[in-house]
Design a protein. Structure first.
Length: 336
């Protein structure tokens, strides 16, 4: 009797264990990193991105894209705020575009260190899941090295500006230093994002200080602006003079330099129910002796259903081009 009871108990235990095992295989456990923290890759040490898809490759690509978006959204918004707070006038859109290109380049460079740390297949839904990971410490070290290299190159141009005896050369060296420090901004913002304290890295060079030094040099020189056009010459001259004055140059009737702005515009051509205008803005910078120091040409093509409107739009585009390139022409003249 006792042996029969023991046999029945053993059989019951076997059936119970079998049932539990059956339930475990039919209901797979989701990994915690799918919606929360990862034990292997804690958020304190890693930046994480999650992705899913019908294949492992698509899931991995989605995880990398999710991680990239983490940087691009936060860094781009901070850089955009910086530009809006510190850059004024017609140069702002161009500088904003330069920053966006730099942000994408820097983010892509950082993403080279991304790895797929975890993956999981959901047998119930048939989908694959992936966890992209980026080590904070190694990435911070990489970015700090990039910032140090930018500062080293900036230091070279600042020292060269001090040594240059010609104002154009010194202004050009400072402009290169300014552009380098602008390229440093996305690096700073990524470091700030990776640092969970949110503190900004210390800067060796401030863009505003470099620009002030550049304007002090420019204030020692004068420039004459001459605009030529069948229509709108006064507006072109005003646009160029305003852009140059903003940078500190004194616009006078007879100066150390001369900027010639010429708008060459063809008669509107009627085609396919539209009037088309082709034009070009030619800008030439020369010294007091007439030696050409730099030149730039901007092609223009505008259209409208009325000839007068097409010509007006061409002139407006010419004015924007003049405002944009007048000072750029000057600061680049001293580059070798």
């Amino acid at each position: 009797m006792r042996s029969l009871i023991s046999a029945l108990l053993a059989l019951s235990l076997t059936l119970l264990l079998s049932a539990c095992a059956s339930r475990d295989t039919s209901a797979p456990t989701h990994p915690t990193w799918l919606t929360g923290e990862s034990e292997r890759f804690p958020a304190s040490s890693y930046v994480l991105g999650r992705g899913s898809g019908p294949t492992p490759a698509i899931a991995a690509d989605g995880a990398r894209a999710d991680l990239a978006k983490f940087f691009q959204v936060q860094v781009s918004s901070q850089v955009r705020t910086h530009v809006l707070e510190r850059v004024e006038g017609t140069a702002a859109p161009q500088i904003q575009q330069q920053y966006e290109v730099e942000v994408n380049a820097r983010v892509n460079r950082v993403l080279e260190g991304v790895e797929i740390g975890e993956s999981w297949y959901d047998s119930q839904s048939g989908s694959y899941h992936a966890l992209a990971v980026l080590h904070r410490g190694r990435t911070v070290l990489n970015l700090e090295n990039q910032a140090a290299d930018i500062d080293r190159r900036t230091r070279h141009h600042v020292e060269q500006a001090t040594r240059r005896s010609d104002v154009l050369g010194a202004v050009s060296e400072l402009q290169q230093a300014i552009e380098l420090q602008r390229s440093r901004l996305p690096v700073e913002k990524m470091l700030q994002v990776l640092d969970r304290t949110g503190l900004s890295p210390v800067r060796e060079y401030e863009i505003n200080a470099l620009q002030t030094r550049q304007r002090e040099l420019l204030a020692t020189r004068t420039i004459r602006v001459v605009a030529t056009a069948d229509q709108g010459a006064d507006q072109l001259q005003e646009a160029a003079s305003g852009a140059l004055s903003t940078w500190g140059l004194r616009v006078v009737p007879e100066g150390d330099y001369t900027l010639n702005v010429t708008l060459q515009s063809a008669t509107p051509v009627y085609q396919d129910r539209w009037y088309w205008v082709r034009a070009s803005v030619d800008m030439v910078l020369s010294d007091a002796d007439g030696n050409v120091l730099n030149r730039h040409s901007t092609p223009i093509r505008e259209s409208a259903q009325q000839a007068a409107t097409a010509s007006r739009r061409a002139l407006e585009q010419a004015i924007r081009a003049t405002e944009l390139h007048a000072m750029k022409l000057f600061v680049e003249a001293g580059q070798p």
